[in-house]
Design a protein around this ligand. Structure first.
Ligand code: AMP
Length: 502
């Protein structure tokens, strides 16, 4: 898209990138570049919906060698005929980032209301075939009757079941009549569709990753005994030397890789942990209980040490459950998932229950605010995000380790150190050291306590670490920046998590 914009507007790719870095949105970038660059040439052909549609369709049909260039030409042609506003939406359409403030829920409700069908039926159909184009067509033609007939399709991803957080092991195991505890592996959700010899792999985001994991495809072909089926599981990456799980971050480099796939799979071998089966030889198994599905799963695969059923343990005894949980952590896994043996498989983003996840809570860190960005639009004038830093004990410098999308509320909570967005902005304004566009650097004065999901290694932050999903807890008015946590503590916590480094 960068190249297509450069070509259409007649500037260098570097100049497009420069604008893109500022706007963060190629739609906005192309809009401003087109409007700066030219008035539409008089007599130029007006872009029609038909033309846009024809080019987009042609793009989808090109593949193989030379197809990149042809696709580029087709997009550039549209952009060069478009007005600034049209160009914005053409770019966003191609990138599937319309950003018109309409998310899936709204489309679902609109389909329900337009064709007088229930929201649940629309959602139910969409869960099995996440394509509102098809769902809307069926809703219009056959109403609820048609929607109820939606089936999982081999080779097409569906919306998977998700787990809920649980306050603790005790609460979790007493939530259901009969439970199984399973290792919670920290990897990539993997849906394996098999139809005879043909295998497809999908992630929970519906991404097709078949090409990136030839080793997994091979295992699936060899180890799955069932003719046609859909298995659900988690793939983890292993350390080549120790055989221990590697952080998800490392495995994720394999997902993104488009070239040298063979090389990558030698570097990060995988282990597949299967925990469910939702389809078998023409039958949808989602309406069976987990206990029944698990039996089918056991029959469907021939296990090996790298392709096997997730480690599980049926118990309602807290002591036994705790032992199993500790064993999972010691093995380098993330925690456990407690599952209701009597629950059906419920696809969907709306949590339906049945799976409760338990993992250790990470100790919070006291970090220093060293920078941020100003908010835009309605939030202009207040701080939009905060750059967090950790102290380097030897030098006393503050090294960045993460970004916090403030999460600050309009109203204060009861907790000491709680602050509203306005108050935080007021505290930070006198500390401004320099500004560059919306970016701002602050004198390192304010210490805040943050919670987070995980500490990751990071080449982008100078500290070498990044906090994943940091959340604001409170301002530590009682601490000066010299008393903030230091790199040594961060390193220690990094090593402790999930038994890494043990
Ligand atoms: P979270 O991503 O923290 O919400 O946890 C849910 C995710 O844990 C699922 O989407 C799976 O990718 C993963 N997972 C790992 N092990 C299991 C397991 N035994 N059963 C279900 N999900 C698992």
């Amino acid at each position: 898209m960068l190249k297509a914009i450069a070509k259409a507007v007649g500037i260098s790719v570097e100049d497009v990138v420069k604008d893109y870095k500022k706007s963060g949105d190629l739609g906005t970038t192309v809009e401003s570049l087109v409007s700066k660059k030219r008035q539409r040439t008089l007599g130029a052909e007006q872009l029609t919906v038909g033309k846009v549609f024809a080019n987009l369709q042609a793009i989808s049909e090109h593949s193989g060698s030379g197809s990149q260039d042809r696709k580029l030409d087709l997009i550039a042609e549209l952009l060069s005929q478009a007005t600034a506003l049209e160009a914005k939406y053409i770019a966003r359409t191609v990138l599937e980032q319309l950003r018109i403030g309409v998310a899936e829920g709204l489309v679902r409700d609109a389909v329900a209301s337009a064709y007088n069908v229930s929201v649940d039926d629309v959602e139910g159909a969409w869960n099995l075939l996440p394509d509102f184009g098809e769902v809307a067509k069926v809703a219009k033609e056959d109403g609820e009757k048609g929607l109820k007939k939606f089936k999982l399709r081999l080779g097409t991803p569906f919306i998977v079941q998700l787990a809920e957080k649980s306050p603790g092991l005790k609460e979790a195991i007493t939530s259901f009549k009969k439970v199984i505890l399973e290792y919670k592996y920290d990897g990539m959700r993997t849906l394996i569709h098999k139809k005879g010899e043909k295998i497809w792999l999908f992630t929970r985001n519906l991404e097709n990753i078949t090409v990136a994991f030839p080793d997994l495809v091979q295992m699936a072909r060899k180890q799955i005994k069932a003719e046609d089926c859909v298995l659900d599981g988690e793939t983890i990456g292993l350390d080549k030397k120790t055989g221990k799980p590697v952080p998800f971050q490392q495995l994720s480099t394999r997902i993104k890789r488009k070239y040298d796939i063979e090389k990558a799979f030698g570097e990060i071998p995988i282990e597949v942990n299967l925990f469910d089966i939702v389809y078998l030889d023409g039958k949808n198994l989602m309406d069976l209980t987990f206990e029944e599905r698990r039996k089918y799963l056991e029959k469907a695969v021939k296990e090996t040490d790298k392709f096997h059923i997730a480690k599980g343990f049926v118990t309602s005894d807290l002591k036994e459950a705790e032992t199993f949980y500790k064993e999972a952590l010691k093995a380098g896994e993330e925690g456990v998932i407690v599952k209701d043996m009597e629950a059906l498989y419920v696809p969907g983003r709306r949590v339906a229950g049945g799976w409760l996840k338990i993992k250790p809570v990470m100790e919070s860190l006291d970090v220093v605010i060293v920078g941020g960005t100003w908010g835009t639009g309605k939030r202009a004038g207040t701080i939009g995000s905060l750059h967090l830093a950790i102290r380097e004990p030897e030098t006393g410098r503050f090294l960045e380790c993460g970004m916090l999308g403030t999460g600050l509320k309009e109203k204060k909570s009861e907790q000491a150190g709680s602050a509203t967005l306005k108050e935080m902005t007021k505290l930070l304004k006198p500390l401004v050291e320099s500004e560059d566009g919306s970016l701002v650097r602050f004198k390192p004065k304010i210490v805040i306590e943050v919670a987070y999901e995980e500490i990751q290694k990071s080449p982008t932050y100078v500290s070498g670490y990044a906090l994943r999903f940091p959340r604001f807890i409170r301002i530590r008015f009682d601490k000066g920046p010299d008393e903030a946590d230091d790199l040594n503590r961060m390193e220690k916590l990094y090593k402790q998590q999930k038994g890494r480094g043990k």
